[in-house]
Design a protein around this ligand. Sequence first.
Ligand code: GAL
Length: 704
Amino acid sequence: MAIDFDGVYRNSEVWINGHYLGLRPNGYISFRYELSPYLHYGGQNTIAVKVDNSKQPNARWYSGSGIYRDVRLVTLNKVHVENWGSFVSTPVANESIAKVNIQLKINFGSAQVTTVLVKNLIFDQGHKLVVTAEKTVKLTGVITALQEELEVKNPSLWSDVRPYLYTVQTQVLIKGKLTDTYETPLGIRTFSFDADRGFVLNGKEMKIKGVCNHHDLGALGTAFNVRAAERQLELLKAMGCNAIRTSHNPPAPALLDLCDRMGFIVMDEAFDMWVKKKSEFDYHLYFTKWHQKDLEDQILRDCDHPSVFIWSVGNEIQEQWGTGKDTTGRVIARELVKIVKSLDQTRPVTTANNDVNLYNNVIQSGAIDLIGYNYNHEKWKDFHKTYPGKKLIATETTSALQTRGHYDMPSDSIRIWPTAWDKPLLMGNEDFSCSAYDNCYSPWGSSHEASLKAFIDDPLVSGMFVWTGFDYLGEPTPYEWPARSFYFGILDLAGFPKDVYYLYQSVWTDQPVLHIFPHWNWKAGQVIDVCAYYSQADEVELYLNGQSLGKKSKANDEMKVTWRVKYEPGTLKAISRKNGQVVLEQTIQTAGKAAKVILLADRSKLKANGKDLSYITVKVTDLQGNLIPDAGQLLSFKLSGDASIAGLDNGCPVSHESFKGSRHKAFNGLAMAIIKAGHTKSSIQLTVNGEGLKPATIALDLNP
Ligand code: GAL
């Protein structure tokens, strides 16, 4: 028997029945301990886990603390496939044939056998057996390696738009008796990075349209929940995003399962620092002793995920710089890449560099396959002048700042906050807000439009990863405390899209988009910039109270259209048209007095498994159902049935309200309740009340 930990933050030590099993300083790494020799068979067994996260600060963001990912007890026969003991790759893959290379490590343990039969069966997505092969394997060591190549005819290829998954089932048999079954996901695909063409998947050029995400799940903290992560990915997919960078550490393995299944291209990152620190007690203290083990374990654990395409061995590593003879950056970069390549030669290795000049030691190591630029989008066009013949990926971009639902005019006046990267953070204007017009960004970053334009225009930029998909806890920028989250997300901490979400959707998807903003509650006579992101149309016409304010089309490389409108209350309506035919319409109405609550569940049927979630959007509206754009009422939440409120949030980066409990304020009209299923088949009811508001109730079904 063994115990698997997917991640414990940090400095975990584990004992079984008083026997010390080991220590793992790294809070993001997965590990297994063998328990069998120390078990009390038939008696009581005690596993003790100690976590020491007392030395602070040790991260630049909210890390969470303790056992925050899954733990499993694993029972195995003596002869079994070693943990993370398979490596499946597809050296040849096209529409007519795939060669599937399977490398396996068989652990013979203390068994008295010298020969086993290993069968490999490949099943398609519908669990139909496609091909099978078997091999007699003779013991050559406690761990015996073997290799096989199987062919799949007319395979369905894995891609971001059609993430077709096969399964390789390995069966180990002793004298005809099954002793172990081990499953590995198989995505049949080929890919390459090209200096001029960028990223090529299954022979076709395509762009990696990604976001960086930290591991917290908003109001749920960092405790991993499959549905919470799946929902984040669904929201990103709907925006046209097809890639994730797991900044700046190995993710929960279950996140990679989701990416395999949902069609995300993953940049799987190892470290935010090497020997030189970013915060006092961070991993630099353990790097020298632990980097090899941690990196090897990450590669072994993740290499069978078809969604993983790129390994990143570091983000904005301080060893980029070195004066005189200090070339540690080169030495460490070479060593890390060597570790990766010793285990996986099918994927490129990158690092995310914020200094992209020629003196950068990490780049100069010559070991890096893909040169990763953080920011510096204005330098992408000169990439081949600086690094002739090399391959480029924009590992991190943008860092623009927005508060959902807040607008500073004029929309084309740019705020760079703070004014320079080395200037202190702002102390806060009256409401600690950043404008959602895409006119506010960090000095090292850019507006969303600027980086996105440069990306679209430049075929050699294989991918971009926007900082960030979601607002996250910690590292507040541009404001000092009491701000407690970042403002960088395309979606806020609660997962409500900011306006730029529709910018990406209009550029990154083929679906027709029309999104006008801002809200329509202003002071009479005020001049308001009304913007529209749109796609699959030639023009947009804007109407105020039935009067046309004119048609507009995006000229040249514009990404939106804007009208400067003298405000009068009423109805703002936009119509997008193609060849004179209406494509989409959107209406925003001036909201009256706050009168009621509207509830919308992302899912109304939940599994009664103690884990499933429903995200319920709470809208504060007037009698007609128009959102009150600045509503901040205190709301109270009452739940009946076998479920609990796992979290409450409103996306406000300055809120100090608890994410737990049964009361929370709305922010700019919205709040989010995260309902967690219990274990029994039942009906759940959530009622939300607010002072002066007509309450609302929503029902959810819990099923086995
Ligand atoms: C980058 C860094 C990220 C985050 C971001 C904020 O330089 O890699 O971790 O700090 O800046 O803009």
